[in-house]
Design a protein around this ligand. Structure first.
Ligand SMILES: NC(=O)c1ccc[n+]([C@@H]2O[C@H](COP(=O)([O-])OP(=O)(O)OC[C@H]3O[C@@H](n4cnc5c(N)ncnc54)[C@H](O)[C@@H]3O)[C@@H](O)[C@H]2O)c1
Length: 251
């Protein structure tokens, strides 16, 4: 990642911050784009302001995306790659299928799917003017497979139907845009992670882990090798692909 600059939306989040740390550990520079100034600035301080630069970014607002790209370019002179890892959720997020409310649905579909399209639109416009670029979207196993509902029984966790729709939509956006601008020297791919361990109920974790081959629920760090590969020249001819990193959960 030496001499490279990567803009990460949701860069202060669980997965985004692991990506930022990994890129900096591998001698790259990151622009941490996030709505949380507090966590974004803390990560910038941790990684050092030479290697990491926090910008206030709201991926549901085109002006904010354009401004973040401008700030990133003026700080580092270029943006080689971008990762869309922002995860905006409404107050009603996580409702059961029977309880979904139209207003939450509109907000979440727009913020997550619309935001992915708006972020892609602006970063692709920038990559076109620069003459190259690589974009990685973050989908999920929930966008590829149907949920294992039996893992949720006895907990109050929900695997939302709109999450499945959004995440399969992210894979469609990846393929569409990869073809749409592949001739412009722009590569677009996605990663579909399995579940990241985050204090989920023990019964859920143990059932989930039984579906996997070795580790079970992952740590955000476990995704970083795949991200670095997709951002590097080692994947130059990989276009429009979705790489599942789930320890075999979906098999
Ligand atoms: N955590 C998991 O188990 C898991 C598994 C598979 C896929 N994913 C996907 O990975 C991505 C990142 O998830 P995460 O676990 O890191 O979530 P997270 O909530 O830890 O981080 C998301 C980040 O996005 C930021 N954000 C929210 N709204 C924003 C907006 N409008 N503009 C910019 N930033 C915004 C938040 O402040 C936060 O820092 C999501 O697309 C999620 O669906 C997560």
């Amino acid at each position: 990642m030496k001499e490279t600059v990567t803009l990460i939306s949701g860069g202060a989040g669980r997965i985004g911050s692991a990506f930022c740390r990994s890129i900096v550990e591998n001698d790259g520079k990151v622009v941490i784009g996030d709505i949380s100034e507090e966590r974004g600035m803390a990560l910038q301080d941790e990684l050092g302001s030479k290697n990491a630069y926090f910008v206030s970014l709201d991926t549901t607002d085109s002006n904010s995306i354009v401004e973040s790209i401008k700030l990133a370019k003026s700080k580092y002179g270029k943006i080689d790659s971008a990762v869309h890892s922002a995860y905006p959720i409404s107050k009603g997020w996580g409702a059961k299928f029977e309880d979904i409310r139209p207003e939450n649905l509109k907000e979440d579909l727009f913020a997550q799917l619309g935001g992915a399209i708006l972020f892609s639109q602006q970063i692709i416009d920038f990559f076109k003017s620069q003459g190259y670029g690589s974009l990685v979207h973050i989908s999920s196993i929930q966008g590829v497979y149907s949920p294992k509902f039996e893992h949720y029984s006895g907990t109050n966790m929900v695997s939302p139907i709109e999450y499945a729709a959004i995440k399969s939509g992210i894979i469609s956006i990846t393929k569409y845009l990869s073809k749409y601008c592949g001739r412009d020297n722009i590569r677009i791919n996605s990663i579909s992670p399995g579940g990241i361990e985050d204090n989920q109920p023990r019964s859920f974790v143990s059932k989930y882990n039984e579906s996997c081959n070795t580790k079970g629920m992952l740590d955000a760090k476990d995704l970083c090798g795949t991200l670095l590969f997709l951002l590097s020249e080692d994947s130059t001819f990989i276009h429009g692909q979705n790489i599942i990193v789930d320890d075999g959960w979906g098999l």
